[in-house]
Design a protein around this ligand. Sequence first.
Ligand code: FAD
Ligand code: FES
Length: 1271
Amino acid sequence: RIGSLSLAGHYSANACLLPICSLYGMAVTTVEGVGSTRTRIHPVQERLAKCHGSQCGFCTPGMVMSIYTLLRNHPEPTYEQMTAALAGNLCRCTGYRPILDACKTFCKDSVCCQSKANGKCCLDQEEDLFDRKEKESASLFSPDEFQPLDPTQEFIFPPELMRMAENQPKRTLVFHGERMMWISPVTLDELQDLKAAHPKAPLVVGNTGVGPDMKFKGVFHPIVIAPARIPDLNVVKCMSDGLTIGAACSLSLMKDVLRNAILELPEEKTKIFYAVLQQLRTLGGEQIRNVASLGGNIISRKSTSDLNPILAAGNCMLNLVSQGGKRWIPLSDIFANGVGNDAIMPEEVLVSVRIPYSRKGEYISAFRQAPRRENALPIISAGMRVLFEEGTDKIKDLSVFYGGAASTTVCAKQTCQTLIGRYWNEQMLDEASRLVLNEIVLPDSAWDGKVEYKKILIVSFFYKFFLEVLQSLKTMDPCRYPGIPMEYESVLENFQTKMPQSIQIYQNVELSQSPQDPVGRPIMHQSGIKHATGEAVYIDDIPSVDGELFLAVVTSSRAHAKIVSVDASEALKEPGVFDIITANDVPATNEFHYSDDPEIIFVICVGQIVCAVAADSYAHAKQAAAKVKIEYEALEPVILTIEDAIKHNSFFEPKRKLEHGDVDKAFETVDRILEGEIRIGGQEHFYMETQSVLAVPKGEDKEMDVFVSTQHPAFIQEMVAASLGVPANRIMCHVKRVGGAFGGKLLKAGLLASVASVAANKTNRAVRLILSRGDDMLITGGRHPFIGKYKVGFMNDGRIRAVDVKYYINGGCTPDESVLVAEVSLLKMDNAYNIPNLRCLACACKTNLPSNTAFRGFGFPQSGLVTETWITEVAEKTGLSPEKVREINMYKEDEQTHFKQKLDPQNLIRCWNECMEKSAYYSRKTAIKEFNKQNYWKKKGIAIVPMKFPFGLGSRYLSQAAALVHIYTDGSVLLTHGGIELGQGIHTKMIQVASRELNIPMSYIHFCETSTTTVPNACASVGSAGTDVNGMAVKDACQTLLKRLQPIINENPKGNWNDWIKEAFEQSVSLSATGYFRGYDANMDWEKGEGQPFTYFLYGTACSEVEINCLTGDHKNLRTDIVMDIGCSINPAVDIGQIEGAFVQGIGLYTMEELQYSSEGVLRTRGPDQYKIPAVCDIPEQFNVSLLSSSQNPYAIYSSKGLGEAGLFLGCSVFFALRDAITCVRNERGLKKTFALNSPLTAEQIRAACTDDFTKMVIGSLLFSSIWQIP
Ligand SMILES: Cc1cc2nc3c(=O)[nH]c(=O)nc-3n(C[C@H](O)[C@H](O)[C@H](O)COP(=O)(O)OP(=O)(O)OC[C@H]3O[C@@H](n4cnc5c(N)ncnc54)[C@H](O)[C@@H]3O)c2cc1C
Ligand code: FES
């Protein structure tokens, strides 16, 4: 049951925003209640796991709950319902495809994409792909294994709650907390009395407005009033003049009500309903809409409301009551003089909202553009309505409202009044555009800095409304109104999220392979089921230890300053506070690792940890931390950008350079030279599990258990031991699994583990430190922003002869691995191309931003993008196609890289050719050309990008690995190794290796945890190398054991595993062995610029197609085909999952994820509200991945290749497809051929590049300058 409804139904909700008190009378189902391995797993859990829908597993319970809820309400949902149900869930690992595969098994729609865009639907294409090779497989799971979904087996609503709802008289409920009181009345009279008595108390319905303010902005309300149980606030009535909807009705209910009304009433009457419904479809996610109320959205008067502009434009009325009486006011009144006007008294309550029917001659539309199409607050939203004089196109009444432009919804009142009496034609449009731009004044620094973009959206939306109305007029009277040109029509349709279709192709194992041998098969993730049932344990799931304390960190608010004083006296008085931990409490070493900079006395970035508060709960610790006062003395200079760093000569040394051939001479002989620059923004790891540590002192010999979410336990052990001044043998570091890392849980985790351990050491208590998302984003840094400056010499036939390129990377305040990132960016910058004369230089800039760190791809995604940019520009200059220039310059036969490492590019060329063929590149390119000719405001683009991804860690010692295998006398095997489970399925693969080597089923083998107590000095799980190196070690250990067992097996060949183990024990044969891998030989001489830093190369190619909306900058990813050479896959399900997940993370990097800083260096994007990672709506509608067949790799285990990082770079195929679409727009409009596009190529950048009259009206033809982005 849900408070605002009297119906029994199932609703998903976000636990973090749902007040417990609001659940009175309801039954709550959590993932544990859906199913468990101890009782019965639910089909949703089973299918998610078996379809490989979990990697790190941290998002999986959320996915389960969204799907489960939908199935409880609709046992056979449509694809549309399914994608809508998942719109509010985020996954950082999988790329969503396997999750959607699991979802599809419940849907009733056919599996066909219904699209015949190329004359073929997905099924036809699938057939084509299958026809080719018998040995290939396209199924990663087998649906025959799934238990059926039987709705009769589900839990029923608890009868006692049902009885309670039916029989018990409703009375006011009051809950008292430590600091707060929750009052839930049941009649309007009571509510009025309460409101009169406590005018400042908020009315809380969904808590999606009040909750975030309390959680993140420090707002505190001692009393809240919850009106959801009052019938008057839950009415839904069809009246003669419109629809009345109670203020406490959820937005989901409102959606259903409007949808039904549209179906039942004549179209003419429901135009407002239709427009409101359109906004509701993308407002928040289903979890938000299920609890958020109509009244809450209206009364909050947030600038970002999607509803207020359209409800105001639609002449909706508000029904208000207070002790003083009842009144109706137009909704637009509450925006009359900006925010905080007195249209509603503090003691007034909104009871209901009247949405009127539309009239004849009335047209109404709603618009929005957000950083992500779904589940993102709008940048600009708008509601527009026009009423014509009967039978004409003469404006009788016009209403235009915008959200996102000012601190609340604003009305273009003057504009509308001036236009009354005008006819709906181009003169009116021209005048309206100028008037509206004049009237809607945006503050110079909107919070998100998108002032110019917002202005352009303001006029673009009006233009779209103009077109829509013209088209509607035509429908009304085609003889009088010609409508809009055909090529304009497509812009009237918004991009929709469709259920993506996909194909995955991999090579089957040989028929001769034993059925028990799991290597090469798509085995489910070892923890898949536990991910789906919520049983998988992450750090914060570890039960609390007696006397445990929680830590909240206090961070610097200055980018560069001296700390004059830290005053914790107020904090110490807060309830539950145990102690304050400062630098003085560090018993031994206290400095950033690899750094000479002293910590604490000076702060060198905003977000640097200054001290920490230990308290008996997280809430208490956080409350007290806010009371710590720090006095600073400002220091100069404050260096934030790369330009600042260059100006102040602020770099981390050494700078690196590689030179090959004679660059200067080559420049003299080339036909042409181009020069340019590209800026690439940083990226937040956004692992779902934030940084987490639990440090437990063991009470003797200074021993401490440290449970930590890290990629590098040995480093944590070293850091903690150094901080505490104890030998490493006292620190036991344990990692069961990590909820995503992507490079971010390497060095930064060490710093946080030290903080927690110092606190545990001082207090002699267990200490838990779980960073909030905001703190995590603020403190831990991310991918390095880059600026690439290039000069390229080329011949008219497309051959590139000389390249001179400089990379400046923003390292932040401490070195971390910035110099290494710079090195790797140089070593991989050639990507797939043989450039005979090449000079490249990389400098890591030292700035006052939080220190940046390792991130999947480690510099290559940035330097590779620079390379592909100049390749594309050469194509533009020569008039050749980008794919031709790529082909001309690609490595062709046995060749050498720019640092003289040999490579055989055969598989690079195979990937390229196969991708060309599988994607039907040329025929689609022709179709796109045709589409673009027929569509003016929408354009498609396509790009195909090759990739060479060198594998290697640079030094032998960094790729050493060890394993430990025990066989117990019952035959079961406990396996461990130095690798960390980050979601990449390493333990699953290691069990596959051990199963093959020991020739026993996987079910005999268990993996418990990675620990410094079992495998010492293990290298970090980084650089795609985990499986390669640990696989070798596991193989070695298993072979040692098998060697010992061999005589026993020989003696009793007909015996089984258990017989042999029993016998071995009786013969005193050791049943435990370590395995070791010394690492790959690697070297690099930076003085000479030569070496063999890499072990082997992976290859791949991606082809992506996109469609852009030139009016808004929005885009849709239509199709991606990837062909990857990863050798012989050990587990195709895991490997394809890695490719897809990395690719989607790449889409995020290159097209969406935007970090914004204030001019003082404060990161503003500190949560999912402001920082958008790809969601279901962002993955390509058609997403195909093929693994290159018959590829061998003599250097890695079972001929596989390490592939965790490679796929990320291929996300840039979307960037270049967007560029292709923009190029088409610019060519058509006769604009300058050369133009710069930076990364991320957001809607804002796309809109700016599609220069038209509207952009000229706002900014001339220049590209936007995003004031908050700091490369
Ligand atoms: C993750 C997330 C995504 C979101 N995305 C969007 C989006 O895309 N577009 C969009 O428009 N909005 C979005 N929102 C905002 C959301 O729609 C509103 O917060 C929600 O509608 C408010 O309703 P509520 O019941 O949760 O309000 P509450 O938080 O319960 O209350 C909000 C305010 O309204 C007042 N109030 C509530 N009911 C009444 C009443 N009957 N009479 C007088 N005052 C009342 C309260 O006093 C309080 O001040 C999002 C919110 C979240 C958390
Ligand atoms: S599996 Fe979804 S976030 Fe890791």
